[in-house]
Design a protein around this ligand. Structure first.
Ligand code: B12
Ligand code: SF4
Ligand code: SF4
Length: 328
């Protein structure tokens, strides 16, 4: 057997392993899956510029994680590839419909269901176990949202879509209402081709629709002006300007996705039972009721929902801003 034969054999194993892994991933409930080679981040300079401009606001962890985001192979020594998954969370409407309009405030789609870290995380662990079964002895490490992983970039590298002017990873078959989850591994798996092209064309709907003009340029977001940042990540009290920027949004914001033609045309409702909307969250869309909850009552009701991230004080702050906006 020649060295060429050995190499061909290795490639065939990596390729059939990838095919089997993808089959299993879809059976586990992931909507799409691809494999990306772990190369140095070709857009590291964009990340550096973004951080230097101060757009990360109080998300100081993004500065700390930058060296690993620039070179994701450093996250898991010896890692060769990232298995990247998408999980569709679109609920079929922009309105949870749990309460009469008027008393309700808006909540981003992703938060209508259980905390996605608790849904996608265990699925990724099952996917990692499948990798170890197919490639005995392989090392694996799972990430969803929390961690120094450039998730959108890896999803594009895994062929799953392009990064739109709204900075979202857009899957041409499903739009952008998807969670990204990643398993890094040193297993030999055949990589997919990166997604080729940008299908935004001349469209600029997301840029024009953003209620706070948070996009300083196409694909460049000043997070400090983004309602998702203000209502979820921002710690402490709002400045008067920030308070007025929140508008109707109690938690997160979907405007730059709602207006995207790729979502209008291709988003389909998830039938994932673990992502069914939770009445406890939809009901909280009444900001007056939320404002009245003390810390204990808040934790009892929302301790295991996405609202736990800003916490009781953060959610009361958000509720007060929405009520003030309504009174104007
Ligand atoms: C910090 C963060 C935020 C911040 C900052 C958002 C931002 N645009 O950077 C805030 C709090 C504002 C936020 C908001 C939201 N977020 Co967020 N967020 C993150 C987090 C933790 C890090 C993102 C980051 O590093 N930002 C800094 C920028 C500079 O990096 P980047 O986004 O990776 O962008 C890179 C590429 O754009 C690349 N690049 C630049 N030019 C080009 C050109 C080409 C051709 C290519 C290929 C790449 C490329 O360079 C950049 C640096 O490497 C990720 C999870 C993760 N670990 O990646 C989730 C994540 C991006 N968020 C997510 C979601 C769902 C949201 C919201 C929709 C939530 C909501 N409804 O309220 C909004 C959307 C706002 C928006 N339009 O981006 C999802 C996105 C899923 C998807 N399909 O894209 C992620 C991936 C979490 C997850 N695991 O699912 N988020
Ligand atoms: S999430 Fe809302 S505030 Fe943030 S960039 Fe998109 S439209 Fe603007
Ligand atoms: S709204 Fe238009 S410009 Fe924005 S991400 Fe969608 S296709 Fe691209």
């Amino acid at each position: 057997m020649t060295a060429k034969d050995v190499e061909q054999g290795r490639r065939a194993t990596a390729s059939s392993r990838s095919v089997e892994l993808k089959r299993r991933a879809l059976a586990m409930g992931f909507t799409a899956v691809g494999v990306a080679n772990l190369e140095k981040n070709a857009h590291a300079a964009e990340l550096d510029r973004w951080l230097a401009a101060g757009y990360a606001g109080t998300m100081t962890y993004l500065h700390r994680q930058a060296p690993k985001r620039r070179d994701p192979a450093r996250i898991l020594p010896g890692a060769r590839v990232a298995v990247v998954t998408l999980t569709n969370y679109w609920h079929g409407s922009t309105d949870p419909g749990a309460m009469p309009r008027g008393s309700r405030a808006r909540i981003a789609q992703y938060a209508w269901s259980a905390d996605y870290h608790a849904v996608v995380g265990p699925r990724l662990e099952r996917l990692a176990a499948a990798i170890r079964e197919l490639a005995p002895g392989a090392a694996t490490k799972c990430y969803v949202d929390a961690g120094p992983v450039p998730e959108r970039e890896l999803a594009q590298q895994a062929g799953l879509g392009w990064i739109g002017k709204n900075m979202m990873l857009i899957d041409p078959a499903r739009g952008s209402f998807t969670f990204i989850g990643v398993v890094l591994t040193d297993a030999a798996l055949a990589p997919d081709l990166p997604f080729d092209g940008d299908r935004c064309g001349t469209c600029r709907r997301c840029l024009d629709a953003c209620p706070t003009q948070a996009f300083v340029a196409p694909g460049e977001l000043d997070a400090r002006r983004c309602i998702a940042y203000l209502t979820i990540e921002r710690r402490g009290a709002f400045t008067p300007t920030e308070r007025s920027q929140v508008g109707e949004w109690l938690f997160g914001c979907d405007v730059c996705q709602d207006v995207c033609p790729w979502n209008e045309k291709f988003a389909t409702s998830t039938r994932d039972p673990e992502l069914a909307p939770q009445p406890a969250v939809s009901a909280a869309a009444d900001p007056a009721e939320l404002l009245a909850l003390d810390d204990t009552a808040f934790t009892a009701r929302y301790g295991d929902t996405p609202f736990a991230r800003p916490g009781a004080a953060g959610m009361r702050r958000n509720a007060a801003a929405v009520l003030e906006h309504r009174a104007e």
